[in-house]
Ligand binder design. Structure first.
Ligand code: CS2
Length: 483
């Protein structure tokens, strides 16, 4: 029997409230596993603790798959939380409905413009925004940005949807929603604010001024390791709840959300779910991006080419696990102290999370979109490593492993796909090339911070490691690096 009503699952797995008692206050763009494991799960706890009209309309932007799974279940889904001690499940009731905006953005725009919508949150991945990080503006050459600038009233992309929905509220005299970016970007609220204002100024300068003066874009740090759901996930949900669920997902037990408390129209009582509110989100964001995500990217490239399909396999491979710990320590040393945070303990906790034997997190999944991830995960850390006198070798190793991945070399692995929005450019730079040629192109690539261009000591190290990775099995290079 498919999960369409809570009556079908045992009462102790229900949300601690009646979903029907709560209206929609949030429109979420990017209805993926991560949203279901993180913001929707924490909103579910906040609804149980303090109530309010804070249920979520989930919007998928491109593929209707997520909405087609959730809508027939009235937004209900099973969240499986897994630790070394086993798995537990509960049904999440915070998603009220699910739609897809591709092809017809009107229902999404109407929901975003509705007076009852107080927050528009986003998990759309780094590449979907169309940001120009150097100018803190938008990138008019990004395909979705270009299309939406040409046709702003029927937008498909993130900046277009936000701007058109805000324009309708502005025209209708309705106070703006708060925009809550939950993607792994540094100072994500500031970046998105700059991009929306820049985008709007190209359509209507008065609207851009209104956005600049009235719209809140709190920054956030989000964390929960969430692999893509598989058939095994659905089978496990069925065995834990006794009910078929096409929208079930699995995640780790750990979760963290650090948020700047700037919600002019109010917010769910997320503090009751353990959310940390602080004015210093960027410090937490840098910690998580450089330590968790930086180590993730390094281990994904090195692990994938060493024949290690899962993060937990990497942690069971002693030499690469040693390099993960080395990377965590080097990344920690690039950070200023954060009051109340012990970075050594944080690093040890991250290693334990990576070891989680119940989570099958693919190195190939994490290897996706490197050109969007490396700047904040590796290059930002490297720049502070320089000023703080920290050994830069771990960052050179991570960069070489990424360069090896974009080279498409198959001397130590089967042919694979390069999944990156800049795949064509990256392949042109690296495929079939020698280490010195790859480094010469990467050094001046537009997505690498210009300040790195002249750091010849760094690039020489990258070239030396890459030359080995292009001809030797990755596992040999890792073993030598770890000794
Ligand atoms: C990962 C993240 O796929 C990736 O790039 O590094 O999705 C990571 O699992 C999350 O940020 C954890 O919070």
């Amino acid at each position: 029997m498919r999960l369409t009503a809570l009556a079908q699952v045992p009462a102790d797995l229900h949300p601690g409230y009646d979903p029907a008692d709560h209206g929609v206050g949030i429109v979420h763009l990017g209805l993926g596993a991560f949203h279901k494991a993180h913001q929707a799960a924490l909103t579910d706890l906040a609804l149980a603790a303090k109530g309010g009209d804070w249920r979520i309309l989930g919007v998928s932007l491109r593929s209707p798959k997520a909405s087609e799974e959730l809508a027939p279940q009235n937004g209900l889904y099973t969240l499986i939380e897994k630790g070394a001690d086993g798995a537990s499940a509960r049904v999440i009731g915070s998603i009220a409905d699910a739609i897809c905006s591709a092809g017809d953005p009107e229902p999404t725009l109407q929901a975003m413009a509705a007076e009852g919508t107080k927050i528009v949150s986003l998990t759309v991945t780094e590449k979907a925004y169309g940001l120009n990080r150097a100018t803190i503006g938008c990138d008019p050459a990004h395909p979705a940005v270009a299309a939406d600038l040409a046709n702003p009233e029927a937008p498909q992309g993130v900046l277009g949807l936000l701007t058109e929905a805000l324009r309708r509220r502005y025209a209708g005299g309705i106070a703006p929603f708060t925009v809550l970016c939950c993607d792994n970007l540094p100072e994500n609220g500031t970046l998105l604010r700059g991009a929306v204002i820049d985008f709007a100024s190209r359509i209507d300068p008065a609207l851009a001024t209104w956005i600049a003066e009235t719209v809140a874009f709190p920054s956030t740090m989000v964390d929960r390791i969430t692999p893509a759901a598989t058939e095994a996930t659905l089978a496990e949900a069925q065995s834990l709840t006794g009910t078929e669920d096409r929208a079930a997902i699995e995640t780790e037990r750990f979760t963290q959300w650090v948020v700047e408390d700037n919600f002019p129209l109010g917010r769910p009582a997320w503090e009751t779910a353990g959310v940390i509110f602080t004015d210093d989100v960027p410090a937490f964001e840098a910690m998580k991006l450089r330590m968790l995500n930086g180590a993730h990217s390094m281990l994904a490239y090195a692990g994938f080419h060493a024949g290690l399909p899962l993060v937990r396999d990497v942690m069971a491979h002693a030499p690469l696990a040693a390099l993960v710990r080395r990377h965590l320590a080097a990344a920690a040393a690039t950070l200023p102290p954060i009051p109340g945070m012990d970075l050594k303990a944080y690093a040890a906790a991250l290693a334990a999370r990576f070891e989680n034997p119940s989570i099958a997190h693919e190195t190939f999944q994490i290897a996706m979109d490197g050109s969007e991830k490396m700047p904040q995960r590796i290059f930002a850390a490297l720049q502070d490593a320089r000023t703080r006198g920290v050994d830069i070798r771990p960052f050179a190793f991570a960069t070489a492993a990424w360069a090896r991945h974009i080279s498409m070399a198959t001397h130590d692995c089967a042919p694979y796909e390069l999944r990156d929005p800049r795949a064509a450019d990256l392949r042109a730079m690296a495929e079939g090339k020698e280490a010195d040629e790859i480094v010469a192109s990467l050094r001046k690539a537009p997505f690498i911070p210009a300040t790195l261009f002249t750091d010849m000591d760094f690039w020489t190290k990258v070239e030396g490691i890459l030359a080995e990775m292009l001809f030797e099995p990755m596992s040999d290079v890792i073993s030598r690096e770890a000794t």
